[in-house]
Design a protein around this ligand. Sequence first.
Ligand code: HEC
Length: 616
Amino acid sequence: MSIFDRSFAGFRRGWMKTSLLPAISLLLILPGSPLDAAEGTKISPAPSTRADRAMALERQMSPAEWLAATTPRDPALGDLTDEEILRLGEVMYRDGLLPSGEVMEAFIRGDIEVDSTAFSCSSCHQRGGLGSVEGGVVTPPTNGRKLYQPYRRPPSLNDVADKMGRYVYAKTITERPAYTRESLKASLRYGIDPAGEIFNDVMPRYPLNDRDMAILARYLELLSSEYSPGADPKGFKFATIVTDDVSAADREAMLEPIRMFVAGQNQQVAMYKDFLKFGYTPTGDMKYSFRTASLSVWDLKGEPETWRAQLEAYQQRDQVFAVLGGISNRQWRPIHEFCEARRLPCFYPITDLPVVSDTDWYTVYFNKGYEQEGEVAARFLKRRAEIDSATGILQLVQDSPAGRALAAGFDHSRQDLREPAVETLILDDALLDDPKALAALVAGKHPGVVLLWADATILPHLPLLAESLADPALLFVSSTALGKATTTLPEKIREQVFITYPYRLKPYVGDEEGTGFLSRIPIETTFRSFGDRRIATRTATMLNQSVLQGLRLLYENLYRDHMLDVMSMQMDQTVPDYERLSFGPGQRYASKGCYVIQLGPGPEPELIPRSPWVLH
Ligand code: HEC
């Protein structure tokens, strides 16, 4: 058994356990099982208990029922096509802007205006429109397929009034009949549901003109109305992406866990079907765990400029629901841009060169890669008492994507911290090959801090460089850029050298009590092995986060945007490689920490943390 097989077997054990337990669901909904219907086996008996009745109300509306409820066309729409409505309505729904470009007016408690660009519909009801539960407030779904049928919302912990008869949180309407297009418009305008119940104060009122209201209502009808490509109630199609600069070993380290997941998933579906044949009645949530999966490997060849066309061709041949992981040593940008344009989720690809953006949505990364290490160096310096505005800081940047990304992170963070920009020198190959010239150049600048954003070719020059400085300067390097060679840092300068290190200091193999409950993915490589890219463990984390946590909570809502919404409502996780992995609404970089460390003596040096995991 390879190291990886062992760790993945552990992972699978945990996974099977999770899938057999009813998932803790945010939206406790329970429609008829699509698998049941497809197999022609069990039909649920008539609801008998109150809970059953509540759930029966939440059955999925069929496409035909949705069509009947949304025709005829609203005359107020003029000759706008659905495509135009999707575009205009999306800006209203997500950004709070009217088709005219003006800000949408919104009021709470009668006449208090709220800023609908900050509190857009999607900030509460989510991008996919399936709602959320936060701080005790249940925000109900707001897509046509949910609105145009009766609804009873799931219970909330805060449904109980206190002694004074007040509710801690806004109380949300619990049950209502189906909306029509007209009662939907009335609800948005006046905050009233089809039974005449008034909404709580969380939901704003929107005094829109007839045309804008018609656009918004039609947008809600269209929102999450059809399953996303690559998904149906029986299963999901996935892809993963590998570029041709990746070694065969790294490629396998990433692919193997995903293949095992797919095989395991399909095997369980087969087992589940056998259960059904023998008359077994599944519990509600269980059927959502039993869906088939398929995996296409999208190999990208040649230069990054040609990747886009290759990706388009793959996607055209076989539409997938999401991209699971992926790996490249080059910039992820072309793949990121493809996924953004095609609205295709991509979960946790293995890259040190992600796209750092505040607004992009479809790719979820482990962290900001090199940029994050640069950022952390800037924040670390800000906190060192001996560094002040008189200290000269010199940035030496190798002319490579990694060097530039490290410098970009450092520079952005300096800006955010309102610190002046630092002097930056680009290290070309000639300088990297000429230690004496480099040392002389650096010494002439009298820096107190030197950031060396370069790969391991810089290492042999460090002692000379350190010696040539009159006063001992602090040197900074990136462990990701140096890779395995980090531990060969010459001993006599170790006290001077600070290293950015974006992983755990100690591998996580069990909880504090040592019960081993969380040790699903034992780390077999030592934490000193800087060269190890943690491909298998990070891929296993990706599967755990996106597939086990995310897909299980989709139920019958098989929409890509909803999948990303659900991901952002996850609990924080303890994972092998990062101290903390958390992912909130709108966030796209799950690990927000990085250590600054120094090395102890010897060939297998101790890693000595000089900063906390998260540096503000
Ligand atoms: C600040 C959060 C927030 C914002 C912003 C918001 N909503 Fe709501 N919405 C809610 C909550 C909470 C409820 C439940 C109210 C209740 O039941 O008392 C709700 C209820 C609704 C309902 C009724 C659902 C039902 O099943 O009866 C619709 C429709 C709706 N919202 C659509 C929208 C649209 C469209 C927008 C943007 C134009 C929007 N909401 C903006 C929080 C919000």
